[in-house]
Design a protein around this ligand. Structure first.
Ligand SMILES: [Zn+2]
Ligand SMILES: [Zn+2]
Length: 88
């Protein structure tokens, strides 16, 4: 399921809960709406080490990593090269 579909699902549940007279349901609705927003705007995270733009990892020189490709940071790309040299 892509993040936008998931966000819409949360938003739909939230809408239902908002109708409720129970204050906890309305709290849940609020939480679900936040979750919906988060799924759409969440920052990119490295699939190897989990670093983000806000919390990058650092190389030996103390420089923060950058994005080599979506969801792969420069440090992990470097590491991958060492561990799995390309064939041929
Ligand atoms: Zn990484
Ligand atoms: Zn990194």
């Amino acid at each position: 399921m892509n993040p936008h579909q998931r966000a819409r699902e949360y938003a739909e549940i939230a809408e239902g809960l908002l109708e409720s007279n129970d204050q906890w349901d309305r709290m849940r609705a609020l939480a679900l709406s936040l979750l919906a927003v988060y799924h759409v705007v969440k920052p990119m995270m490295c699939r190897e080490c989990g670093c983000t733009d806000l919390y990058p990892c650092f190389d030996e020189l103390g420089d923060p990593c950058s994005w080599v490709e979506p969801e792969l940071c420069s440090k992990c790309a470097e590491k991958a090269k060492v561990v799995y040299p390309p064939k041929g």
